[in-house]
Design a protein around this ligand. Structure first.
Ligand code: ATP
Ligand code: MG
Length: 360
């Protein structure tokens, strides 16, 4: 059975893109943030970036620090940066994108469903690629959204190829028109170049998209960490996710099962005992279904995991299987016994000393 930790990810130094995803609320942000922390602290990476692509960003909540569209150094670190990108930019932002500065392109692009979102994602990828990060961790939005995001390269490739074809067909006509107009008004050179400039832009974009797409499909460079909880719906959704990823040819070999209640913390509660047994049933099924995967168990804690210190502490569980500590009352009883024995020993010593004094 593969080792039950994410150490394999830390050890694979060439890994550039790490996606962390799963159903809503299972612990994607907690897992991705602590994985980014573990990577940054491992000494195997110079610079790590964590990006949230969830429109309802929560990196800021997890780290208790406000992040924006530009990478910001995370408090308490020298090599960990975070940014929150909006996968669905409003039109105002769209116009700032390099590719969208051309109204002709924007209009054409608007006619292809999903392409605006894909374009802005591609723009982020292009931007991030020029920056000097060894590894980029993605805290993704709930499953459906993420699968769409991973399909962006394909959407873009199709959409942009259509544009190129369209431009080709229209290029001749536009050339004629501009020549005509140019002939009449005199000097239409720049206008005549327009179709070629557009084509160049689209082709440049396609180039980025193809590169990113190829990288996503390379298991040396990209992997997907599936996060879930030991419950029926989550097991079901994980299986769907794993199959979709296989379809997109995206590597996935780590499954993080979060919010596990260990028998040690039941402490006589019937409710908790029932939950433990239910969770165990689904854990067994996870192990049966994913015997070639690294399956990692993370404990449900009494407190939320927030702030750099909490994340650092949580990150330890990613690299070392969690060992539950004995329940609080047992630990307290043991401590009381130890104290009692010590007190008795002290009393015996005192009595012995007194007896010795009497003898003298
Ligand atoms: N193992 C755990 N023990 C205790 N609290 C946890 C644990 N895992 C996550 N949490 C807390 O549960 C909440 C939800 O976790 P998190 O934000 O990581 O989930 P998510 O999958 O990113 O959710 P969303 O789908 O809303 O983005 C957070 O407040 C987090 O601190
Ligand atoms: Mg989240």
């Amino acid at each position: 059975m593969p080792e039950p930790t994410l150490q394999n990810i830390v050890d694979q130094k060439e890994l550039k893109w790490i996606f962390v995803g799963g159903k809503g609320g299972v612990g994607k942000t907690t897992t991705s943030s602590s994985l980014a922390v573990a990577l940054a602290e491992s000494g195997t990476r110079n610079r790590v970036l964590i990006i949230s692509t969830d429109p309802a960003h929560n990196l800021s909540d997890a780290f208790r620090q406000k992040f924006t569209k530009t990478p910001t150094l995370v408090n308490g670190f020298t090599n960990l940066f975070a940014m929150e990108v909006d996968p669905q930019p409003d039109m105002g932002e769209m116009e700032q994108l390099e590719w969208a500065q051309d109204s002709f392109l924007t209009e054409l692009a608007g006619s292809i469903p999903g392409i605006d979102e894909a374009m802005s994602f591609a723009e982020v990828m292009k931007q991030v690629q020029t920056m000097d990060y060894d590894t980029i961790v993605f805290d993704t939005a709930p499953t459906g959204h993420t699968l769409r995001l991973l399909n962006f390269p394909t959407i873009l490739e199709k959409g942009l190829s259509k544009l190129v074809a369209l431009k080709g067909a229209m290029g001749g006509m536009m050339g004629q028109m501009t020549r005509m107009l140019g002939g009449m008004a005199g000097g239409g050179e720049a206008a005549a170049d327009l179709p070629d400039q557009l084509l160049g832009k689209v082709e440049g974009m396609l180039d980025v998209v193809r590169k990113v797409s190829a990288q996503f499909k390379d298991p040396l460079l990209t992997t997907f960490v599936a996060v879930c909880i030991p419950e029926f719906l989550s097991l079901y959704e994980t299986e769907r996710l794993v199959q979709e990823l296989a379809k997109f040819e995206i590597d996935c070999r780590n499954i993080v099962i979060n919010q596990i209640i260990f028998p040690e913390s039941v402490g006589g509660s019937r409710l908790l005992d029932a939950r433990v047994r239910m969770q165990q049933k689904y854990l067994d099924q996870f192990y049966e279904l994913y015997e070639d995967f690294h399956i990692l168990q993370l404990p449900l804690l009494e407190e939320e995991v927030r702030g750099p210190e909490a994340l650092k502490a949580f990150a330890v569980n990613l690299l070392k299987p969690y060992v539950p500590s004995p329940p609080a009352d047992a630990a307290a009883r043991e401590a009381a016994l130890v104290a009692e024995v010590a007190a008795l020993k002290k009393r015996v010593a005192e009595l012995e000393a007194a007896a010795l004094a009497v003898k003298k």
